[in-house]
Design a protein around this ligand. Sequence first.
Ligand code: FES
Length: 203
Amino acid sequence: MSGIWVAIGLSQDLPLGVVTAGRWQGAELAIWRAGSGRLSAWNDRCPHRGMRLSHGFVRGETLSCIYHGWTYGSDGACRKIPAHPAMVPPAAIQAEVYACVEADGVIWVAPAASDVALPDLSGLKPVRSITVQANAIALARALPGFVAQDTVWRGEVAGAAVALVLQDRDATLRLHALGAGDRVAVSRWLDGLRRLVEEGALV
Ligand code: FES
């Protein structure tokens, strides 16, 4: 499965010093941005007792687990165990790190870095992400030119280029929208698309 980049969100939705939960093809992730802006995506389980790291907190360039405070650096290595302050944590204590890149305002995650090219979304600006209670087949019925296996759909809204990047596509769709024109027009179009797809999915 390595090398499969999946768009898991928009850069604008993850500010400095924030950790949030995300998904990569069903795998649960903790995605966090350090004070320097560096982005990381890890398996959402603490190596200690399995608490969700997405419930933890970011301090500078580290992420701390909310349960016992074990603290990890951006490379996933444990830096500090508060119950044993004099101990250097063994190198084997390591969060499971995914590859994570940002391009054109979209966050992409894969199990390991690869040379697989990302879609070219240059010239477009991130607008927003939406969740649609339908699958990719219902989206294909509502969106001209979209095929259920596609990862990116390109079209126009109000005369300007638009792209939709698919994250989840099965029971629920997660879509990330970018556009070259009026953001409000794209946002309204997204709301209409969601209604159309969800109503079509009920037929
Ligand atoms: S479960 Fe994370 S520090 Fe204990």
